[in-house]
Design a protein. Structure first.
Length: 242
């Protein structure tokens, strides 16, 4: 599938030769890239990048899509790096989970603009986090929208787990992975890396520390690594997303 698309082929080769993977030798063919990364991981990467591409026409008075993507990309990178520090398998799933954790918001920014304006206004007026008022205003949360989409698209349950429960990792079937995305989202909001519409730092579930067993020093190191990779990854994906 990737080989049929010149842009995706070029993007994949750029990615596998970037600091994101840090391979020692240069990789110059798609087959070699798939061998090094794995078919499932390549599929996840392409899927995540293409899903984000679907939401180009978000009204600029609601949210700037570039800052939204930066927030999402930073959360994906940090989630992947934290998973790697913990020695978890399927770190690409954590990258994809972080990248798509707010995809439900993209749906209401893109297709329900008037309702989205109301949610943004109510969050500002009440001083509550955006996710705390959206269910009352819209009748559905952005996590629930994402869960509906992923089931409709027949995406893996592990991905749905991490995204649907990223604000409530304790309740997740796999609380460790959901806890990692939760921590990454909080950290990225606190650091101001991009913007998803949230005007305050969302509530941090302190039990996530116990769930994930990630030491503060590990989180600090992972944040530094994320900062080192973010601009380069954003530049790599800019051509695909514009």
């Amino acid at each position: 599938m990737v080989s049929r698309s010149a842009s995706l082929s070029l993007l994949l080769l750029k990615l596998v030769n970037s600091s994101y993977y840090g391979f020692a030798s240069h990789i110059d063919t798609i087959s070699r890239a798939v061998t090094m990364i794995g078919i499932k991981e390549v599929s996840d990467l392409v899927m995540g990048i293409e899903i984000m591409h679907f939401f180009d026409k978000i009204p600029g008075d609601l949210i700037d899509v570039n800052t939204f993507r930066r927030h999402s990309l930073a959360c994906g990178l940090l989630s992947r790096i934290l998973a790697a520090h913990k020695g978890l398998q399927h770190t690409e799933r954590l990258f994809l989970s972080g990248l798509l954790h707010d995809v439900g918001r993209l749906v209401w920014y893109r297709y329900f603009a008037e309702q989205a304006k109301m949610v943004l206004y109510m969050a500002q007026k009440t001083g509550l986090a955006l996710y705390e008022v959206e269910k009352e205003c819209l009748g559905i949360s952005h996590e629930e929208i994402a869960g509906y989409l992923f089931r409709k698209w027949h995406l893996p349950f592990g991905l749905e787990n991490n995204i649907v429960y990223h604000h409530d990792p304790i309740s997740a079937p796999n609380p460790v992975e959901a806890g990692i995305v939760h921590m990454a989202d909080i950290a990225v909001n606190a650091l101001g890396l991009g913007h998803s519409g949230e005007h305050i730092i969302p509530h941090f579930d302190s039990k996530a520390w116990d769930l994930t067993a990630i030491a503060p020093g590990t989180l600090f190191t992972a944040i530094l690594q994320t900062n080192e990779q973010l601009d380069a990854m954003e530049a790599l994906l800019a051509e695909e997303w514009h």
